[in-house]
Design a protein around this ligand. Structure first.
Ligand SMILES: [Zn+2]
Length: 337
């Protein structure tokens, strides 16, 4: 089986000024023109006095992917919608470059293809080749891998990647969502402002609801800024009275008690009934994704905690060559320095 060095790629983690590892990782390789290039992935910005990577790739605007920090660098690269989401969420100006998901962009002489992964509005997977022809694919978090290409080095996530954990197996309960919507004339959905709230609006419009949807302020700004075809949206209390509301889960209790309340979540620790709607692949979906992509080597880089290790181990058990982020040290191999 091929090792990372055979693929002409070095994967490493940088340390911050306190000596601990920065989030996620960086990839060093030679471009097709033979130039040494470093891409940092979903990590925080390196202070200006230190050597910068050639690009900070930001897969999407969830806070555990650190766009809040990387967005301030001119070397940041993310989709137009991710940039909008970062600006709304963090009230900062995005300083980097943007693209439309599906575009091919060139950065530092490297042609980078971009693909949708349907995790959030604007979320992006990136792929490029190095001088050996190794195709390197960074998925970010994935909801639907059907548009992702085959590759040689796969850098992916394991949010629900522990095959021994029953909570890592689920199906979206679309019919539960539909029943809740049809059975309750006055209804509120608890959904995180970025990601879930837009999915709730898409689902409601998909079910044919064309009335006003009231939303909490940030959910409203994000949905207006990001979602085409969102239909009539309004601030809380400014809609038509008995319409549908979408607020973050912890705001449900602030809404009138006459409303029926549900939380869109995989968790079961809310006081309101949960409707399982996930922004992620489950354990089976992640394995199917890896099999379909067929990499020579897989690096599991997200989230923090034990799941990348469990998923990498499982991939090894079923015949893939895999490494999890907790086993990456930041020693630069001689070939690359
Ligand atoms: Zn995410």
């Amino acid at each position: 089986m091929k090792e990372l060095v055979d693929l002409g790629v070095m994967v490493f983690r940088e340390k911050n000024s306190r000596g601990s590892f920065k989030p996620h990782l960086s990839v060093k390789f030679r471009s097709v023109e033979g130039k040494l290039v470093t891409f940092s992935i979903d990590t925080t910005r390196t202070p200006a006095k230190y050597q910068q990577p050639d690009a900070y790739l930001i897969t999407h605007a969830h806070s555990d992917h650190y766009g809040k920090s990387a967005m301030l660098s001119e070397r940041a690269v993310c989709s137009d919608k991710t940039a909008i989401a970062l600006e709304i969420r963090h009230e900062r100006k995005y300083a980097g470059r943007t693209f439309k998901v599906g575009d091919i962009i060139e950065t530092c002489g490297v042609k980078v293809q971009t693909f949708p992964n349907f995790h959030t509005v604007g979320s992006t997977s990136f792929m490029w080749e190095n001088e050996l022809g190794t195709r390197i694919l960074v998925t970010g978090d994935v909801k639907d891998a059907s548009m992702l290409p085959e590759c040689d080095l796969l850098i992916t996530e394991a949010n629900y990647g522990d095959p021994g954990d029953a909570t890592c197996y689920f199906d979206d309960d679309i019919s539960g969502f539909e029943n809740a919507f049809r059975d309750h004339p006055s209804i509120a959905f608890g959904a995180y402002a970025f990601g879930k709230a837009q999915r709730a609006v898409e689902l409601l419009r998909g079910l044919g609801y064309d009335g006003t949807i009231e939303m909490e302020d940030q959910s409203l700004s994000l949905t207006r800024g990001l979602l085409e075809g969102a239909g009539e949206l309004a601030c809380l209390g400014e809609g038509c009275g008995d319409c549908i509301s979408i607020v973050p889960p912890w705001d449900l209790e602030k809404l009138p008690s006459r409303m029926s309340k549900f939380v869109m979540t995989g968790r079961s620790d809310y006081r309101y009934p949960a409707i399982q709607i996930s922004d992620h692949l489950d354990a089976r979906g992640l394995v199917t994704m890896v099999k379909d992509i067929g990499p020579e080597f897989t690096v599991v880089y997200h989230p923090s905690g034990h799941r990348p290790g469990r998923f990498a181990k499982h991939l090894e058990c079923i015949g893939f060559n895999a490494l999890s982020i907790d086993r990456i040290n930041n020693v630069l191999s001689n070939e690359f320095v």
